[in-house]
Design a protein around this ligand. Sequence first.
Ligand code: NDP
Length: 248
Amino acid sequence: MVSYDFTGQTAIVTGGTRGIGAAISTAFLKSGAQVIATYAGNRQAAESFALACGGISDRLTLHCFDVGNYSEVEAFYRQIDESVKTVEILVNNAGIRRDSIVGMMAKDDWQRVIDTNLTGTYNMSKFAVQKMMQARYGRIVSITSPSGRMGFEGQANYAATKAGIVAFTKSLSREVAKRRITANCISPGFIETEFITGLPAEQLDAYRGTVPLKRFGTPDEVAVSVLFLASREAAYVTGATLEVTGGL
Ligand code: NDP
């Protein structure tokens, strides 16, 4: 893996204890960063993740809250204010899908996906940006999806949030550019995590067949791209979406 040095920097990774987020948190820890990994409620997964981090876990802290809940996000930032002076990096990775065709989509499935994926990105970015503006430095990386660009059947709610994250990021990148803060997206294709392993085998085969590289990606392959956009070296990349899709 390409190596970056994030020593002395703090990275918040939402949904940073499982799947792609765990790989991102691990990559930051291995690169010297202080990592604040958040999760929604799967305490067991969070504790196993911390355990797996072993020797580097003294730079890892875990926080459990709902990114879609404004008050909980505000309380989280107030809490970390006491221990962390600056936040250099925010990775908006937490995301869910509740697939269903529009005609059958439950109101709650629409709302929950919007709240977590899109409102969560706003909630987390708002307070991070305030800190970054003061420090005149920051890197925000948000995880979108090809679903937002192409639309997938049964994912109208999810696709809308992922397209929204791209638009949100483009606007945000313009607002904060003067303060040396960049905001970008990563769009992972089909990545081997619990997020997709629950899908029927035939559907997985069909998806695999649409990928020019003919395989699913790994969380580590997403993490290395996040680290690039979060690095000081990526100072001239902003408002962009980096596709990590095997050519999808
Ligand atoms: P996982 O389902 O494996 O992990 C999701 C993480 O997000 C978990 O840590 C979960 O916490 C956390 N989370 C979920 N809801 C909330 C919430 N309301 N508040 C706080 N944290 C929450 O997902 P992946 O790793 O597969 O996906 C990560 C991101 O990548 C998502 O944004 C997804 O849309 C995107 N993506 C994934 C692709 C894939 O193929 N896997 C493809 C394209 C994009 P807990 O453990 O407590 O449940």
